[in-house]
Design a protein around this ligand. Structure first.
Ligand SMILES: NC(=O)c1ccc[n+]([C@@H]2O[C@H](COP(=O)([O-])OP(=O)(O)OC[C@H]3O[C@@H](n4cnc5c(N)ncnc54)[C@H](O)[C@@H]3O)[C@@H](O)[C@H]2O)c1
Length: 301
């Protein structure tokens, strides 16, 4: 193990386990912090810990990367980067206040501890729900197309609100400590075996019903590559990136599709033929992400 040392939170969850698997292919050494154990075949050590407890977070950000019997003679040291995915992934799993508390406090504790311990790279799981549509109160519309990171956002549900608060915490600490904190606005994540499930069939066959997800998605493995690029590209300070895949989730041309469904919503630039409406142009140009898993390679129905 000669690669960079990464502390990953939420690696026992649905998305985190795929991202960790992909990151391991780049030869990083990874320690998982999660309330739950990771699957045994992931092959990394998990410290069971609660990121809403600041003391646990400070302790776990400066520890050994794996179990030792014995431990090495030299004391533990801080990792090269922290990737924070632990959190409650939708509203209505817990009460609104619990969702907000868990996600915002967890985000604050991780960023605070990492900055104060001298860790220079922090990568955060945010969400495209910050655009306010997915769990919005009623059928909220996007203000313009393509949907870019510089839009003003005001989400109305407790989950997206927790994510936008997390982004503000990230921006504040990046300014205060002069470190890189990149927030990934992740789309609805698809695992490799989900492309022929009900949801993706709905995307393709009844696309007008799927405005909530912005006709955009995120492949779990490609998200791992995005995290890898975020580790490797430094010096950008605070950034929010749409962490989505390249193309729209149906067989229409993007501009025709959007202008037919929403003739009154302005377009701020000419979109590429099949460009995802929640566009990933920024993460491609600034971090060098290159899609490896387009949905068309897997969708068969
Ligand atoms: N699933 C998606 O489509 C999607 C889309 C956009 C963003 N995200 C974000 O990606 C991340 C992972 O989502 P997921 O779908 O894998 O959810 P998940 O529930 O499968 O995994 C989340 C993990 O976080 C852990 N966790 C939660 N609170 C914790 C705490 N206080 N301390 C320690 N561990 C804690 C859980 O034990 C779990 O293993 C979340 O931050 C979520 O908001 C997910």
């Amino acid at each position: 193990m000669g690669g960079k040392r990464i502390i990953f939170t939420g690696g026992s969850g649905k998305v985190g386990s795929h991202v960790v698997r992909k990151l391991l292919t780049y030869d990083y050494e990874i320690l998982n912090l999660d309330m739950a154990r990771a699957a045994d075949d992931l092959g990394i050590h998990t410290i069971k810990s609660d990121v809403t407890d600041s003391g646990q977070v400070f302790s776990c950000l400066n520890t050994y990367m794996r179990m030792g019997e014995p431990f090495p003679a030299e004391p533990p040291r801080i990792p090269d980067a922290v990737i924070h995915f632990a959190g409650i992934p939708t509203p209505m799993i817990y009460s609104d206040g619990e969702t907000f508390k868990n996600n915002v406090l967890g985000m604050h504790n991780i960023i605070e501890a990492a900055c104060k311990m001298g860790i220079k790279k922090i990568i955060i799981a945010s969400s495209v729900t910050v655009y306010g549509v997915a769990f919005g109160q009623g059928n909220i519309e996007y203000p313009s197309f393509p949907i870019t990171e510089d839009l003003d956002v005001n989400p109305t549900d407790p989950y997206a609100l927790s994510k936008i608060c997390g982004e503000r915490i990230a921006r504040s600490f990046a300014a205060r400590f002069g470190v890189d904190i990149y927030c990934l606005r992740i789309g609805r994540v698809f695992e490799p075996d989900e492309y022929n499930g009900e949801m993706f069939r709905g995307y393709v066959n009844e696309p007008e019903k799927w405005f909530q997800h912005g006709w955009s998605y995120t492949d779990a493995r490609d998200l791992g590559q995005m995290c890898h690029r975020a580790i490797e590209v430094s010096g950008l300070g605070y950034q929010a990136f749409n962490a989505t895949n390249d193309t729209i989730t149906n067989h229409h041309q993007s501009v025709d599709f959007l202008k037919t469904l929403y003739p009154h919503i302005p377009h701020t630039r000419r979109m590429h033929e099949n460009e995802a409406p929640i566009t990933n142009v920024k993460i491609k140009s600034m971090l060098g992400f290159h899609e490896e898993h387009p949905w068309r390679a897997y969708f068969t129905s």
